[in-house]
Design a protein. Structure first.
Length: 447
């Protein structure tokens, strides 16, 4: 028995020594995966894997259309050698993943038309990783999920594909992403990272791995489920707080009170939470609460506040369009065949990300009134907007066909401040400034 114990201990030590080489595979090279891969590539050899071949080609040319990583920083870490000491090897071939001993999965976790979690990207990536797993490997998930997904959904797939036994032949960790697209201040290395592992030893190893690049430090959660829950409530909490101020904006509009002025005054108290009204979309806040709600329903609990917040926030696009139409009617502007300009289609300011943008709700509501809608956004990709939303995006202000009967500032891109708004309005036209970007005297309404 003593001999067997020493032999097992030796095997575990051998696995640890293997992992000291830290050949890391990052699966999914989008807004989350690429910045993470680049940071790790400064110290380790990283195999960046993505099934999108055009994305892989673009990255190997040093170009990142998400704008999360500059051309200079990307080119500085790229390598075409799998035997390099460090650097980023970008590939669309799953065979290249066999060189790694640590796999970090950073694929999206969207919802379907009925707001139910869609695990297809997570399942497919787990299948891909499972086929190349070796004894002693660690698989770390960063995708936002509800508590239990890593161990209840992903691990069985890894076991099935590899033929290995969880926590004997391979291990898993969970370290939720906290990337804020377009934010050049809160970048991946200076946002504190939550980590966890399937055993105490693996939890330490995962934590040490992230400590090697995260200058802000790490927080080691006591279990994978705790780490999963922590991530999903971060965005759910923010969603509920934004829903509250969105409801306030509706109330204050009826009372003819400037919501921004109210929030500024209330914000002078030290413990007032400073949130602002607006559209809530994107790949996190507009999606993650549904993951938590789904799990709550599965265990027999009706999540009233979470879903109420989601319902309120999802109502804001149509609300903005209808309020704009009311102002147009009051001003005597035409409604049927009216010309409307929507400024911005991305889900947030100064960022090209159009995923789950709720600006589309404004556009569709205007179209229900038979209005003709132009959408101008200098940040978004014309091709991506056409593919995702079927819209012919205007990317250059010179192509705008003014004057417009209604204008909605939906996204606060800094480029919009250069626009001569009065020039684009018809004599009876109105401007609804959703983000309070323009001076008050230019706006007919603000949230």
């Amino acid at each position: 028995m003593e001999f067997l114990f020493r032999f097992e201990a030796y095997i575990k030590i051998d696995y640890t020594l293997m992992r000291e080489t830290k050949i890391i595979a990052v699966v999914g090279l989008g807004y989350v995966g690429l910045p993470l891969a680049v940071e790790f590539a400064k110290k380790h050899l990283v195999i960046g894997f993505d099934i999108n071949q055009s994305r892989v080609k673009e990255l190997n040319e040093g170009l990142d259309k998400t704008l999360e990583v500059s051309h200079e920083h990307l080119k500085a870490v790229l390598t075409d050698r799998l035997d390099a000491e460090k650097g980023l090897f970008v590939s669309a071939s799953a065979e290249d993943l066999t060189e790694a001993v640590i796999y970090i999965v950073t694929v999206p976790t969207p919802t379907d038309a009925l707001k139910r979690p869609v695990f297809t990207p997570l399942v497919q990536s787990s299948e891909t990783v499972g086929k190349v797993l070796k004894r002693g490997d660690i698989v770390i998930y960063e995708s936002t999920v509800y508590p239990g997904v890593t161990e209840d959904i992903c691990v069985p797939i890894l076991e099935e594909q590899s033929g290995f036994t969880f926590n004997e032949d391979f291990y898993v960790g969970y370290s939720p992403e906290r990337i804020n697209p377009g934010d050049k201040i809160h970048t991946v290395t200076n946002i504190l990272k939550v980590t966890s592992g399937s055993t105490p030893e693996i939890a330490n190893e995962v934590d040490d791995l992230y400590k090697s690049i995260i200058t802000a430090g790490t927080h080691k959660a006591p279990s994978i489920k705790v780490a999963e829950a922590a991530k999903v409530i971060e965005n759910s909490q923010r969603d509920i707080n934004i829903a509250f101020v969105n409801e306030l904006s509706k109330i204050f509009r009826l009372l003819d009170i400037d919501t921004s002025a109210v929030l500024e005054a209330a914000g002078t108290k030290w413990n007032f939470l400073k949130f602002t009204p607006g559209l809530v979309g994107g790949h996190c806040i507009g999606v993650d609460p549904y993951y938590l709600a789904q799990k709550a329903i599965e265990v027999g609990y009706d999540p009233e506040i979470i879903l109420a917040g989601r319902k309120l926030n999802d109502s804001m696009g149509p609300y903005v369009a209808r309020e704009t139409v009311k102002m147009m009617i009051k001003n005597g502007a035409r409604i049927k065949a009216a010309k409307v300009l929507v400024l911005g289609i991305t889900f947030k300011e100064n960022c090209p990300d159009i995923r789950n943008s709720r600006v589309i709700d404004i556009i569709e509501e205007f179209k229900s009134f038979d209005a003709s809608v132009d959408v101008y956004d200098p940040w978004a990709s014309k091709a991506e907007v056409q593919t995702e939303y079927g819209l012919d995006l205007i990317c250059n202000a010179e192509a705008l066909q003014s004057p417009y009967d209604g204008i909605v500032l939906a996204v606060s891109h800094q480029e919009f401040l250069k626009l001569d708004i009065p020039k684009f309005k018809s004599d009876k036209g109105v401007l609804f400034d959703v983000k309070s970007l323009f001076p008050t005297h230019l706006s007919d309404a603000r949230l």
